[in-house]
Design a protein around this ligand. Structure first.
Ligand SMILES: [Zn+2]
Length: 192
């Protein structure tokens, strides 16, 4: 097994792939170069592949869940694509929501911690300042609530998908008119 595959297994990374790594800040930070599977370039609204028209010159960095006290960062150059239906958009980032600086699973961990302990204790465990944690928490909750607002819904589609290699199942509800996913049970959010 290669070192990259070992890191991928160890950190339970399944929705994207690790292409390189380095330790920084006296080995207190692990920086992972990552890439979406199948060359990514999918539209965030319809999930269909588009033509790449621009690659960000500066890489973007996302904070992931810490491992054994080591902070983990994901690094990637997001690309802009032309979707036949939605025009010029930034490709979907499998590990984080658009314009968010932390990964889905970091947000998930943040919500779990904040539901069982004080924000100060959660900030200490996640190695964040209390103000940063409070800001992230507010943004995450606002986004989740926004996602639950259903307006102008006229046609829905319900589907079932399997994940974790067919061992688990999730029910997905789509807004067929706008080609968007409106609900998912259970809420996976990058945990598998
Ligand atoms: Zn699209």
């Amino acid at each position: 097994m290669s070192v990259l595959k070992f890191i991928q297994k160890l950190l339970k990374i399944k929705r994207f792939r690790v292409t390189g790594f380095s330790f920084k800040n006296r080995d207190r930070e692990l920086w992972l170069n990552v890439k979406p599977y199948k060359n990514g370039r999918c539209c965030p609204y319809c999930n269909k592949p588009g033509k790449i028209i621009h690659t960000a010159e500066k890489p973007r960095v996302w904070l992931d869940v810490p491992v054994c006290g080591i902070r983990v960062f994901l690094v990637y150059h997001p690309r802009e694509i032309i979707c036949r239906r939605h025009g010029r958009v930034q490709e979907i980032i499998p590990w984080a929501s658009a314009y968010c600086r932390v990964t889905y699973r970091f947000e998930y961990l943040l919500l779990i911690y904040c539901s069982i302990m004080t924000q100060k204790a959660a900030a200490k465990l996640l190695r964040l300042s209390t103000s940063t944690l409070s800001d992230l928490l507010h943004r995450t909750i606002t986004r989740f609530r926004k996602g639950h607002t259903i307006r102008g819904l006229t046609h829905i589609g319900i589907d079932e998908i399997s994940y974790c290699k067919g061992r688990k199942y999730a029910t997905i509800v789509y807004d067929l008119k706008h080609s968007t996913q409106i609900m998912q049970f259970p809420f996976l959010n990058g945990m598998c």
